[in-house]
Design a protein around this ligand. Structure first.
Ligand SMILES: [Zn+2]
Length: 372
């Protein structure tokens, strides 16, 4: 866990899952994303309660355990210090928010899209806010549009409409709870945190569903731990298998040009697929600020990979489109190979197996040709 966190500490997803253990305590899971888009579990927490002090203890322990690793990384790669941001995805739970904020002052919080919309549905109701069904539907429609705004300007335009059309109770609730933290839940603004385009907590939801498909509900603690570590081992074996696939598999389709081929050699397949889209699409949308190396768009800020707009700039200056400095080091194959545990282990022949030597004979047809 620690080695992976040291290499890929920029984003941490946090979530809790319930009904797994017979004494009815929640399991907290934290995970990160590696540079081939795979998830790695970094911490589990079993809490007897979810009081502020308990959460504080857990995140403090997490900080103690892992800050040494991230500090070591910062020390070695001090130039990347400015882009190292830990983003914590979580439910919209004010307790968690108020615990995490002081403990990780350098962090940006990003609230899961799914949970944001669910909270709006739970709170904005006729009964709770004393509004008519028509007012409720219209307000929720505007708030949903606010959720998907791509920029601050777009958000402000939509916010003006919201203020003129929403009933007083909805405006009060929204201004008090959501407006000032819009960078945490408006999609386009959350991308600026460098969240690798993760707008939801689906990575954790996927792991939690694996837990629930294997572990029966309300299992006793001893059996729960046995099952938990079996699942963890399976998930890691699957990930190691994918890592080997990155080395062994080669594309059968031809590359469009040399630049595309060079980027394929530079990046992991997962990231190359993102970059290939930027290479193949032309976009004339009005972006506020684009140079040959940086852009103000959500894709660039979220992924730290060159976007369509940067490539358009390069085309307009008649340059070739390849420059490895445009891509964050974390997405490169070299970095990936150095960080994967499976590739650090020495190759060991399986027990009982002996090396097989093959004596390759020249093809008969070649021999016949020589005789002729
Ligand atoms: Zn851009």
């Amino acid at each position: 866990m620690k080695e992976e966190f040291q290499a890929f500490s920029e984003m941490v997803c946090a979530d809790a899952t319930y009904k797994l253990i017979d004494i009815k305590i929640p399991l907290y899971v934290l995970l990160i994303e590696d540079d081939n888009g795979r998830s790695e579990i970094t911490a589990f927490g079993l809490f007897v309660n979810e009081q502020r002090e308990t959460l504080e203890w857990f995140f403090n322990k997490y900080k103690e355990c892992y800050l040494a690793c991230s500090m070591t990384r910062v020390f070695i790669t001090d130039k990347s210090l400015s882009i190292i941001i830990i983003i914590i995805f979580l439910y919209l739970d004010m307790k968690e928010r108020t615990v995490i904020k002081p403990l990780f002052p350098q962090c940006r919080l990003v609230i899961c899209l799914f949970h944001t919309l669910r909270t709006f549905n739970l709170v904005i109701t006729c009964e709770k806010l004393g509004i008519t069904p028509d007012e409720r539907d219209r307000s929720k429609g505007i708030i949903e549009k606010l959720r998907y705004c791509k920029s601050e300007r777009e958000y402000q335009d939509m916010y003006t409409i919201f203020l003129s059309e929403a009933p007083h109770a909805v405006k009060n609730y929204f201004i008090k709870n959501w407006h000032d933290i819009r960078e945490e839940w408006v999609t386009g603004l959350a991308f600026n945190s460098g969240n690798f385009l993760n707008a939801t907590n689906n990575r954790l939801e996927s792991f939690n569903s694996k837990l629930k498909s294997v572990i029966p509900i309300f299992l006793n603690l001893s059996d729960f731990f046995k099952q938990l570590f079996v699942i963890l081992k399976c998930v890691r074996s699957e990930r190691d298998n994918k890592t080997i696939g990155v080395i062994q598999k080669h594309p059968t389709k031809k590359f469009k040009n040399d630049d595309e081929y060079k980027y394929y050699k530079l990046l992991t397949p997962y990231e190359f697929n993102y970059l290939k889209q930027s290479l193949s699409i032309t976009d004339n949308s009005n972006v506020l600020c684009t140079t040959l190396t940086v852009c103000s768009c959500g894709f660039f800020n979220s992924m730290k990979l060159p976007c369509i707009h940067i490539f358009n700039k390069w085309i307009s200056t008649n340059n070739c489109l390849y420059d490895e400095k445009l891509c964050d080091k974390r997405w490169t194959r070299n970095y990936y190979y150095m960080s994967q545990t499976i590739l650090k282990e020495p190759l060991m022949p399986c027990e009982g197996e002996t090396p097989v030597f093959v004596d390759v004979q020249p093809k008969i047809s070649k021999i016949i040709n020589k005789i002729i």
